[in-house]
Design a protein around this ligand. Structure first.
Ligand code: HEM
Length: 422
């Protein structure tokens, strides 16, 4: 226990562990209501919680910072993505929801259980399926959708950038995989840890949110000489080679800078999720040459066509001796590169059983991109338009956009700026 002086008054700072002991929620336990530990912690003044006392946990991603985790964080091997609709009706109820989620999120990202029940006669506080596993690099990323602002009066907080995406050629979107008031992206190096996190957050919000849609996904990340390799998508191509990584690139492409959107979004970003079915059966009947011409890259190495290394410069204007473009102008990369806009892509493959009507795999890519302005995505998707050779092999089935809050400061809570900043 440490002491701090504030406003001339001596406050005792108490760690979470000490607090849990005092309130009896530790091993001995105390029955607590539906809002759980979050409810209790959020009703106690912030000065009373010394968040920074906890040493870094094994295989954990930092919850606090200028930006939320799970965006520029190196990709984990699994995702569980969920879109929720709110049942709460007022700004203060919504604010309380995010306050209640905060201590649960910090605990789970540290690989800790979220609490124990007081007796064997009531349901355990933590659903328990992650017991014995460490944090598995769990990251939790929260965002809000356009529809939330229609349901809850948040004044003029809705950013102009947060709106429905236009209809793109060949879109076959279904509402069952689209939109939502709130999103939570859980990524971890273990699928059960990712699912456990969402399950427990949704459970703690029982009666306040409903599940709209969700999608599990995976990425196999091979290691070479100790270095993580770019994961391959279900067409077997390396996916994520060209991505902004340096801090200055992220500031240019991903993080909203002061004055670029509503003030509460500074340090945040816009997330676009597209559930894209990939027609594997058609792809598997396609010759390797044709597959490589579809992307403009070699399949095995990931190198630009005509080059050797994955990270060699693409230079789409290169021509062969006969004056023909080496990277076809209908290839995915040629078209994506033809516009100035850039994105941070952080996608995961999915397999979700069988498409009833065709008897084919329901498999594809949960495409996720982060950008400081959704127009960046719109410009690229428009360029891919009808021309992209890859269109023969894919169908966009789901679509959603969320404004992701900036990072959480110690002592604060998820989404605080939405409620406090102008
Ligand atoms: C199932 C759907 C998709 C698949 C399988 C796919 C696959 C790929 C692959 C293999 C690459 C080359 C390697 C790399 O740089 O990562 C690539 C690059 C890229 N893709 Fe996609 N992609 C898909 C959808 C999209 C969508 C919807 C967008 C955005 C509207 C997009 C934007 C880009 C961009 C910006 C690049 C980098 C181009 C550059 O080199 O500058 N992709 N994609």
């Amino acid at each position: 226990m440490t002491k701090s002086k504030k406003d001339g008054v001596l406050h005792k700072k108490i760690s979470r562990r000490q607090l849990l002991k005092m309130t009896g929620i530790g091993a001995a336990g105390l029955a607590i209501g539906a809002t759980g530990i979050g409810g209790i912690l959020s009703t106690i003044g912030k000065d009373w919680i010394a968040e920074d006392e906890a040493p870094p946990a094994k295989n954990s991603v930092n919850f606090y910072g200028d930006h939320q985790a799970g965006i520029s964080t190196p990709s984990q091997t699994h995702i569980y993505f969920v879109a929720l609709d709110v049942v709460v009706k007022t700004k203060s109820e919504l604010q309380q929801l995010f306050k209640d989620w905060t201590p649960l999120a910090t605990k789970m990202m540290r690989g800790e259980i979220i609490g124990t029940a007081s007796t064997d006669m009531i349901p355990p506080k933590d659903t328990g399926e992650a017991l014995g596993l460490d944090a598995q690099n769990l990251s939790l990323t929260f965002g809000v959708g356009e529809s939330l602002f229609k349901k809850i009066n948040l004044g003029d907080k809705k950013p102009t950038q947060l709106k429905k995406l236009p209809h793109f050629p060949k879109d076959q979107l279904v509402e069952a995989y689209s939109n939502g008031d709130i999103c939570i992206q859980a990524c971890a190096d273990d699928p059960q840890v990712a699912f456990h996190a969402i399950r427990n957050l949704v459970r703690a919000a029982s009666g306040r949110v409903t599940l709209k849609w969700s999608q599990a996904g995976f990425n196999a990340i091979a290691k070479k000489d100790g270095h993580s390799q770019t994961p391959r998508n279900l067409f077997a191509f390396k996916d994520g080679t060209e991505n902004p990584r340096a801090k200055e690139d992220l500031n240019k492409v991903v993080w909203v800078q002061h004055g670029e959107s509503k003030p509460w979004m500074t340090g945040g970003t816009y997330l676009i999720a597209r559930r894209i079915q990939m027609h594997l059966e058609t792809w598997d009947r396609t010759a390797l040459d044709e597959q490589e011409a579809t992307f403009g890259r070699h399949r095995n190495s990931g190198a630009p066509l005509g080059k050797d290394g994955e990270y060699d410069a693409m230079e789409i204007e290169r021509k062969d001796e006969d004056g023909h473009l080496i990277v076809p102008n209908t290839s995915h990369v040629f078209l994506a590169k033809s516009v100035k806009a850039r994105l941070l892509r952080r996608s995961y493959s999915y397999v979700s059983g069988v498409v009833d009507s065709t008897g084919t795999h329901d498999a594809g890519l949960l495409f996720i991109s982060f950008q400081k302005d959704p127009q960046q995505f719109i410009d690229i998707q428009n360029s891919l338009g009808r021309l992209d050779k890859m269109n023969e092999y894919i169908t966009h089935r789901g679509s959603a956009m969320f404004a992701c809050f900036p990072g959480v400061r110690k002592g604060s809570y998820i989404g605080e700026t939405l409620f406090s900043t102008l």
